[in-house]
Write a protein that binds this ligand. Sequence first.
Ligand code: TNX
Length: 508
Amino acid sequence: FLLAFSVSCATQTTSEQVTTDLSQAPLIPKPASVQATHRAFLLTENSAVYYQEGHPDVKAIADHLAQQLQSLTGRAPEVRPTADAPDAGHLYLTLSADATPLGEEGYELTIAEEGIHLRANQPAGLFYGVQTLRQLLPPTREGTTPLSLATGTIRDVPTYAYRGSMLDVSRHFLGMDDVKQYLDWLASYKMNVLHLHLSDDQGWRIEIKSWPNLTAHGGSTEVGGGEGGFFTQAQYQELVDYARQRYITLVPEIDMPGHTNAALASYPELNCNGKAPELYTGTEVGFSTFCTDKDVTYQFIDDVVRELAALTPGPYLHIGGDESHVTKMEDYIPFVNKVQAIVQKHGKQVIGWDEIAHASLVPGAIVQSWANVENTTNAVRQGGRVILSPASKAYLDMQYDSTTTLGLHWAGYIEVDSAYAWDPATLMPGVGQESILGVEAPLWTETIEDLQDVEYMVFPRLPGYAEIGWTPAKLRNWDDYKARLAQHAPRWQAMDIQYYPSRLVEWP
Ligand code: TNX
């Protein structure tokens, strides 16, 4: 129900009344449980952020929250270790190991008239609780404090452990600032994986010190013949760190044995005929392959995986494996088996596109399913777990409809409703929730040239994938979601995001 506040309402420039019903908050992802108590907490300039001492990450999250609050109140709140009995009106961040139902990533956010208490088992949970709090506050500074928050308790845990998106930085290179911006977007919707597609026919985008021509030559162009680019190892580590501060794991992908023209052009010895092809700036797929029966190929892969694994604290290394149309199946299978062993040797868990299920999956291997039911069920039969990226639902490079100018449509058009209204656990027969690690929405960049293009394809679909990964299926439905989604537009506007204004949503 709605209640007008004489104090707080005057301070909020929107004409809407201030709601004190926490269950009506337009949160994305929708929390697992919300209990409203229909009163209000007033956040003032004197509200401080108290954090439990003993864990550096908790202090960092408190600082992050303080920064967000400063942008809304104009004043930096004090950040202090929890004092014995501070007076009312503050925010408290606490790690409590006993709240086991919250798991690794869950949180409990209690908003009372006297104060706001955020609790979690792990820092990640506190970070997600802060993202929720941020969505309960206005998008921008709208006037003076106090800001009113509806009271109640949110107890929230994600359904799937892996909630990701992929950026293809190979077809068109996207630089440091673009990737950081993308990481911020993912974090604000509680997504926890960024998969970087670092190599393809059109470009090699990660410095490998033992094979320097990969980037010197192989990174020098992109689709359309632009200048390309690459990440130095130091830059990559900066991204790893930026992601880690947002509780996001980076998954690096080196695609092979196909999608390798940039590497083949950089080192002739990787080709069966010993001749380096020209660099490629078109958009065909499936024409390149490493020479799978040369020893140097595996020496090369060992070096690349060793260097990349050393730079990557996350558990995964993605070996691609898709669309190797010019690699014979009798060569593809032993190749994938050997590469899996190399990845294991360097201490990482293998992820590959669903075609790798043709090989014998090593224990712990994860298959990223983009289309093929047979490959995916084969992976599950082998004991592999699955990341779902069904092209006709989750490909961010698919056009919204026939009038969209960016993007492709080989897997169909994906309007905002179709992107949202599917359930990972019932998508493929034989691939149930217990086999599913999570969901990932890939953005391939054959037609995507810069961050503005990225924005248009990603917004407003990305929050939907975040919700599919986080919110229990039984709490999700399109009509409820689209009303919440509409209310995020002012947040995107505040961040200068040029989103696709789908006609299926009643934007404010
Ligand atoms: C298929 S799906 C690809 C990519 C393309 C994409 C374009 C998959 C694993 N491979 O190489 O960029 O389609 O939508």
